[in-house]
Write a protein of this length. Sequence first.
Lengths: 101, 610
Amino acid sequence: MTLHAYLLLGLALFSLGLIGVLTRRNLIALLIGVELMMNAASLNFMAFNRYVVTDPTVGQIFVLIIIGLAAAEVAIFLSIILRLYREYRDIDAEKLTELRG
Amino acid sequence: MDTLSLLLLTTFTPLFAFLIALIFLLQQPRAAQTVVLLGSVVSLFASIVLFLQGPTEPLRFLWFSSGNIQLQFGFILDGPSLMFGMVVALITGCIMVYSTGYMAHDPDKTRYFSMLSLFAWSMLSFVYAVDLLQAFIFWELVGLASFFLIGFWYEKPSAANAARKAFLMTRVGDVGLFIGVLLILQATGIFDIPALLNPQTGLSTQVSPHTLTWITLLIFVGIMGKSAQFPLHTWLPDAMEGPTPVSALLHSATMVAAGVFLMIRLHPLFMAAETTPVVILTISTFTAILASTIAMVDTDIKKVLAYSSISQLGFMLIGLAAGSLFAGVFHLITHAIFKALLFLCSGIYIHAYETNDMATIGRKGGRNLKATTTGLVIGGAALAGIPPLAGFFSKEEIFAQLGHNGFNIYMAGAFFAAFLTAYYTFRMIFLIVKPDRHEESHDHHHGPLEPLNMKGPVMLLTIGALITGFFGGQIAHMLNIHAEHHALLDMLPAIAVVAIGVFVAYLDYGRSQAQRTGFISNIGALNTLFVNRWYIDSFYNAVIVRLTLAIAALMHWFETHGLDGNFDRLGLNILRTGTQSTRVQNGLMQLYLAWTIIILGIVALYIGMA
């Protein structure tokens, strides 16, 4: 395995996540897309940490922060989705336009 | 009291009265009237005391200096300013008393009286000014105050137009005056009038005769505007739109007198210049004849008096330009008194019969107003120059000076104008005193036709017109000139001319079977010319006003289509761009995100390639 392979896998993951975010209308799917992109970023950090800079404080700390961030984000995002579903019986992003954003 | 405090009392009391009336007493017209009257009385007494103290050295205070130029504020205390300052204060006082009757029912009395006070302050300060620039400032203030007063009934379009016309036409002259003043500054660096007039070191020794001619001619342009000489005279008859006491003030002691007074002030300069006196003589003689011919045919009493003022101002300038300071000052003072008197009389008639037409006033019984008619006859006789009233001696002085210096053609012109003066004055008197048929006037007034506060000033001025003529010697003494006593034989031509004028007027209007049309109406073309005021107003309207309006229209087009149009278009385009670009903001988050990714991708590609 080379750095190149890791980066390609990260790129593939990021692209899949981006396509998910851009195309899907379901809030859960959007959340999954965002998570995928974050994981792609984490993968890149780890790959660079492994092959370029071997000091664990450079890459691993970022990844730990991202994981923590993702966990917190998921918790908030899911609770919002749950609340929206109870209110509107729907989690389609296109239909939830009451804020005119 | 010392001279300075007297001077401050004379000049500044009207200013304080003006400020107090306008700032604090807008809602209390009676109080404002009292304050202004008090101010005027104080000013009058102070000026009389100053006069009695006699001429002294000028007082000067440095206002500020810039480089070598020193601007000062001060008072000149020679014969002309002392005498004329007193006359101004006296006539202003008379007119203010008279106004309490004339304007009794006007709702805007505070504005009226405060503006009168402003007028008095500007004119008095102008008369005593020692510095040329100081004089110019007050000269302009006089113009401003007369603008306010001519346009006092500003809701009448004719009054508003007359005020504008007066202001603009005098401004035309003031441009000339200002250039002249600046040329003096350029040549000498001083504004001090006594220093400029000094025969050893003054202006006339520092510039070439050619330049001096130009400077005096430019100053004369300003005098032409202010003193209503041809071709800048047309504002003065229109200024009759103001209240009649204002006309009286404007035509006797202030405003128009300011122009003549400036010439008196700078008389040695005018005399030192080469061609200027001849130019002034030509213009003034022509103006005197022109205005008299119009006064011959006009039916409006105020218009007749207005044209008569123009013609008499011409006489004063003739006397001054012929070389006699005394003749100019004397005629200025006598004219101030009898012209104020005549206007005040006409004001009583107008107030009583509500018409300006002389024949109608006569028919409605104008002669029943005894004090007024006495004033009219005496003032008219003084104006016509019947001996021994005021106007006779001063006019005689002018003729004598013209003859003495050999200006024969101008003397002939002046005699002709004097004949016309006698004619139109007695035409006015006969029309009022001997009407063709007498109607009983319907007394629709509640008060008496001649209330005391209007009759009093008229009677006072009547006495003035009777006796001023005998003070020629004293006036000459104040001017340090030795007055020559003219032999009766020398006065004969002047008396004869006046007698002929009065006699012709009697034939035309006075005798019982008179036609009551002037002899001039037999000459159709001349009559038309005179009735239409020599077409000068029509010419100005047709050419100058139209030209100005055309230029204004062109400027307006350029402004709306050029500058303003382009800037409007710029603004509209920015607005349109904004409207178009808001469509991008459609609220679709995912589309935004896609755009963000695309643009970031492009940027990344660009950075990667570079």
